[in-house]
Design a protein. Structure first.
Length: 130
């Protein structure tokens, strides 16, 4: 379970960063001291940050459950790390472009391609190991 735990921790830390971004953009009193009193947050910026956070929460649990099942069934650590690295890179690309940057189709699409590729690598390795 060590490999799954490692990727779980990495993704949870990133989820917390994205959550903190949403909390900050919503004007939380916890983060208010970080900004000037006249700060105005664009509605699209907040929407994109919420979607970055939500999108990670939608995909990560399914991937991590699948990874845990594969690891418990003895799938090679090579395939676990390859799929985990690809998936995590995809989630980072997608989350960063949505939460912290202006729209960038290359990072958005690239992030989703890597996310799906991580799933496909893991699923394929599981099927061939049966």
């Amino acid at each position: 379970m060590d490999i799954t735990i490692t990727y779980t921790i990495i993704l949870i830390i990133f989820m917390l960063i994205l959550a903190f971004r949403v909390i900050d953009l919503r004007g939380s009193p916890v983060t208010k001291f970080l900004h000037s009193d006249d700060r105005v947050v664009d509605e699209d910026t907040l929407y994109r940050a919420v979607r970055a956070h939500g999108n990670l929460i939608e995909y990560a649990p399914l991937f991590l459950i699948l990874m845990l099942i594969a690891e418990l069934n003895g799938l090679s650590s090579f395939y676990l790390h390859v799929s985990g690295s690809i998936f995590t890179a995809g989630r980072f690309m997608h989350g960063i472009v949505f939460s912290f940057m202006k729209p960038n189709m290359i990072l958005r699409v690239g992030g989703m391609i890597l996310t799906f590729t991580g799933f496909i690598v893991l699923i394929t390795a599981i099927v061939y190991s049966l």
